[in-house]
Design a protein around this ligand. Structure first.
Ligand code: PGU
Length: 458
């Protein structure tokens, strides 16, 4: 066994071959490696370069439990595929679009590409906040002019914007989340250092306020009993529960945040899936929200842009920090420093998406996915499960009647070859539920339902 250290070559012959029992050989090896590392660390002040650097790990990263949810699901799916190479897996898992980008929107993207090929239309670095025309289009087409173009910050997606908002808020704020919720809110809060460790019993990070959302409260948190937080992440229509907050509920939320001096980060990524008349598509439909709320949004689910990447964040001018600094000033500072503007090609596509012809195409795409949601919901209802969501959101949230959601995930992967997402992946409040995504192609969705009817029959 030979190891190169920073100071030279250390060689060590180990009795690791021959007739010694395997565990004894492993013991020799491990003792010898520890000895070498220790000796090396003593002489150089740091550990061997082939093993590790001299850089201390960010302790906040160490607080995270396992990997990020969706790659973790992918890992389990791949492990199954490795053992069963002929498996025909259908994904009702990650909320990833599957239908092609429609013609008018695609033509916008193509124009964006062509523009790069001519001197007169070529552009390089753009404004970090997005091109003026797109900021104006977002303000007009999606916010009825309630929000001015200067309050729109165009980006490469809402997940990335949540990370950048966290960078702006820093590590001294307390964050609150709906429980269950999209895991990015909690994970980025942990990474920033806003929390202590996860409590093993409650499965909650110390330092985060978890606002339980379940069937018992119509998936809307009991605001009055919640501990005060600085930043409140609120997603409607909700991922994963599919619940969509009514105008009355959001009016309460805004008043509550104002009273407590909190800032709401409203995630409206699923706004176009709303079908109910009394459900607002934006927090700014609530009077006064511009003084308490930031809104993150994205074309990912609207227009099949999950891989194209185009989002935006609204930071109203009226929103201020405790010292009077406009939040938009600091957000702009982050965007100018840690972001360099969304792709000009993609912004051309977004402009087309928000023209009347593009909006009509979006409507059709969403109808298609909502057709899937109905098929999934009806199947689960037929099987006798209590089912939530699926009416104003592309997610169906199935009550497993006390069964562990990871167990159900594994069972369905193995018996039906259908990938789902265990509710526990979204926080302890999601345990006992399964999230089904409506983004599969129609035939795959129907085939998945045929298999689930067998696998989940009571
Ligand atoms: N906000 C919510 C509530 C989401 O569910 C998702 C994606 C995003 C933001 C991210 O949008 P982008 O604009 O594309 O960045 N949720 C999917 C994908 C999971 C992931 O994190 O990659 C889901 O299955 O929940």
């Amino acid at each position: 066994y030979e190891m190169t250290s920073v100071t030279g070559v250390q060689t060590c012959a180990l009795p690791i071959s021959g007739t010694a029992p395997t565990d004894l050989r492993m013991l020799y090896l491990s003792v010898a490696i520890q000895g070498l590392l220790g000796a090396n660390a003593l002489t150089t002040g740091r550990s061997s370069r082939i093993e590790m650097s001299g850089v201390a790990r960010n302790a906040n990263m160490g607080k995270l439990q396992a990997g990020y949810l969706f790659p973790e699901i992918g890992k389990r799916r791949n492990a199954y595929l490795e053992k069963n190479p002929d498996a025909n897996i259908i994904s009702l898992g990650i909320g990833d679009t599957t239908q092609p980008v429609p013609d008018h929107i695609l033509a916008g993207l193509t124009t964006g590409v062509s523009n790069l090929g001519a001197k007169a239309t070529y552009t390089g670095y753009g404004a970090e906040q997005g091109v003026g025309a797109l900021r104006a289009k977002i303000s007009e087409a999606l916010y009825d002019g309630r929000i001015s173009p200067e309050e729109v910050f165009v980006s490469d997606g809402s997940k990335c914007d949540i990370g950048r908002l966290q960078m702006m808020f820093g590590n001294q704020v307390k964050s609150a989340v709906q429980d269950p919720s999209y895991p990015v809110y909690v994970d980025t809060s942990v990474m920033m250092g806003q929390t202590k460790l996860m409590d093993d019993a409650s499965k909650q990070y110390e330092g985060i306020v978890y606002m339980k959302c379940g069937p018992e409260n119509g998936f809307f948190p009991d605001l009055d009993s919640a501990e005060r937080a600085d930043v409140v992440y609120f997603c409607s229509p909700n991922n994963p529960t599919g619940a969509a907050a009514t105008k009355e509920q959001l009016t309460k939320l805004v008043a509550w945040a104002k009273e407590r001096g909190s800032i709401i980060v409203f995630d409206a990524a699923y706004a176009p899936f709303i079908r109910s008349k009394d459900v607002p598509k934006s927090i700014y439909e609530i009077p006064g929200a511009e003084e308490v709320a930031i809104e993150v949004n994205s074309l990912s689910k609207y227009a099949g842009f999950t891989g194209v990447r185009l989002g935006w964040t609204i930071v109203p001018k009226a929103l201020k920090f405790a010292d009077g600094t406009p939040v938009a000033n600091d957000y702009n500072r982050v965007m100018c420093t840690a972001f360099n503007g969304a792709s000009n090609i993609v912004q051309a596509g977004a402009l087309a998406a928000l023209e009347p012809a593009g909006l009509a195409e979006i409507e059709k795409l969403i109808d298609y996915y909502m057709g899937n949601a109905k098929i999934l919901k009806d199947t689960m209802l037929d099987l006798g499960f209590k089912v939530h969501g699926g009416d104003n959101a592309p997610y169906v949230f199935v009550d497993l009647e006390g069964k562990s959601s990871w167990d159900m995930f594994s069972e369905l992967l193995e018996t039906a070859e259908v990938v789902t997402i265990p509710g526990a992946g979204f926080g302890p409040g999601g345990e006992g539920f399964l999230r089904l995504s409506a983004f599969a192609p129609r035939d795959a969705c129907e085939e998945a339902c045929t298999r689930l009817r067998k696998a989940m029959a009571k």
